[in-house]
Design a protein around this ligand. Structure first.
Ligand SMILES: Cc1cc2nc3c(=O)[nH]c(=O)nc-3n(C[C@H](O)[C@H](O)[C@H](O)COP(=O)(O)O)c2cc1C
Length: 396
């Protein structure tokens, strides 16, 4: 696998020698092309030592151009990765500029392009940068991250470059899929997963048996198909796939609010979470003491996330999950129509099937069609479901 690594002039460039090592550990040949600003942050000497190849930076370097022209470099690459990607290079790419070696190669390559943006969180939130991000995503460029957390400027927010290890893992995945068509390239998929917890008092809550395994497997499968994946997860004991943006929530209301913050960027919404239908009317400020022989808790309905998304004007392709203990087909079809969904994935839950297991069997329904998937691992089922979602989404 030949990775052409473009390095632009952000502070995170100091992490690129490690990124090169992680890529090479995965068997990649790495050819580096730096912008002139990047040279301020990391030395050619270090990068040449870890990549084992001369570094390219100047479009007008006659000797280097004679040895391997910019067009040959563009052809050589199986994947073109820019990490870190500055606000500036995103703007140049979005405008179609070819003012330097790296952007010229980007225009001249047929290889998949991925960028790992890295910048101050205020810069990242700037509408101009977001517009460029959208433009690039629409053109099928994979946007890896950015992550949230503490930043070099001393502030905290969204804009950190993903860890080199995560970037290397995602880029390897792009190459794995390179032979096949990435069905969800340039799509953003928003997924809810896991259970919610509805507090009764500071130490007790109402929840359910959902493990989040199906939702996390769907997230991994969507990412393998080239999607940018945002996962809104209730409390689970599993780790999200690398490169997936995760927002952790506890209650149904938090899941609803977080979903509606991110839904405007989503092309596809897949609601696998087992959201509590009811929550206690009041949450006791202190631990409830046992006094009476019996007690009752008054419950109220939580907001219906799936219905609210399906009702959005020009909303995303919306997929619901139905976990039933009986009458699977009837209930699933009822939910599909009542909530006006594009698709519903139904499975039986109860003794020996459904929640907190590694396998499952599902039936998928949409207006005018259905498909059953026999018992298989949740990972394999997720792959099939995501393929079906991508196919149906392309048709509707
Ligand atoms: C110390 C320092 C750190 C910088 N860090 C970043 C950064 O993390 N992200 C970013 O987008 N720009 C950053 N910049 C600004 C870019 O270096 C500048 O926009 C430059 O023109 C980028 O050029 P290039 O994209 O061709 O590499 C930084 C500038 C300085 C002086």
């Amino acid at each position: 696998m030949n990775v052409l690594l473009g390095i632009s002039g952000g502070i995170a460039a100091y992490k690129t020698p490690e990124l090169v090592r992680r890529l090479r550990e995965r068997g990649a040949e790495v050819q580096i092309v730096m912008t002139s600003s990047a040279e301020e942050f990391v030395t050619e000497t270090a990068l040449q030592a870890v990549s084992g190849r001369p570094i390219r930076s100047n479009l007008w370097d006659k000797e280097a151009e004679a040895a391997m022209s910019h067009i040959e470099l563009a052809r050589w690459a199986d994947v073109l990765l820019i990490a870190p990607a500055t606000a500036e290079i995103m703007a140049r790419l979005a405008s179609g500029a070819a003012s330097d070696l790296l952007t010229t190669i980007c225009l001249a390559t047929r290889a998949p392009i991925a960028i790992a943006p890295a910048m101050n969180h205020v810069m990242w939130a700037n509408p101009a940068v977001q517009k460029n991000r959208e433009t690039l995503a629409e053109r099928g460029i994979h946007i890896l991250g950015p992550d949230s957390g503490s930043q070099a400027c001393g502030e905290t927010g969204e804009g950190r470059m993903l860890d080199p290890d995560e970037i290397a893992a995602i880029v390897s995945g792009l190459q794995v899929d390179a032979g096949a068509t990435a069905l969800l390239a340039c799509k953003t998929v928003l997924i809810t997963a896991g259970p919610t917890r509805e507090p009764i008092d500071p130490v007790r809550f109402i929840t359910n048996r959902s493990s989040g395994k199906m939702g996390y497997a769907i997230a991994a499968a969507a990412q393998q198909q080239g999607a940018q994946v945002v996962l809104i997860s209730g409390p689970v004991a599993i780790t999200a796939p690398r490169g997936v943006i995760v927002h952790e929530v506890q209650t149904a209301q938090e899941m609803y609010d977080t979903t509606h913050v991110h839904i405007r960027n989503a092309d596809i919404f897949i609601a696998t979470a087992a959201v509590a239908d009811y929550r206690p009317v009041a949450v006791a400020a202190h631990k409830i003491k046992k006094n009476e022989q019996s007690m009752s808790i008054e419950l109220v309905r939580t907001p219906d996330i799936l219905t609210s998304v399906a009702a959005l004007e020009s909303g995303p392709f919306t997929v619901g999950f139905a976990a039933e203990t009986e009458n699977l087909r009837e209930y699933a079809l009822g939910k599909l129509r009542r909530k006006n969904l594009d698709m519903i994935v139904a499975n039986l839950v109860g003794a020996g099937c459904g929640f907190d297991r590694d396998d499952n069997a599902v039936e998928v329904f949409w207006q005018g069609g259905e498909q059953a998937f026999a018992t298989d691992s949740k990972v394999e089922l997720a792959r099939r479901i995501v393929k079906l979602v991508a196919e149906r989404c392309a048709i509707t």
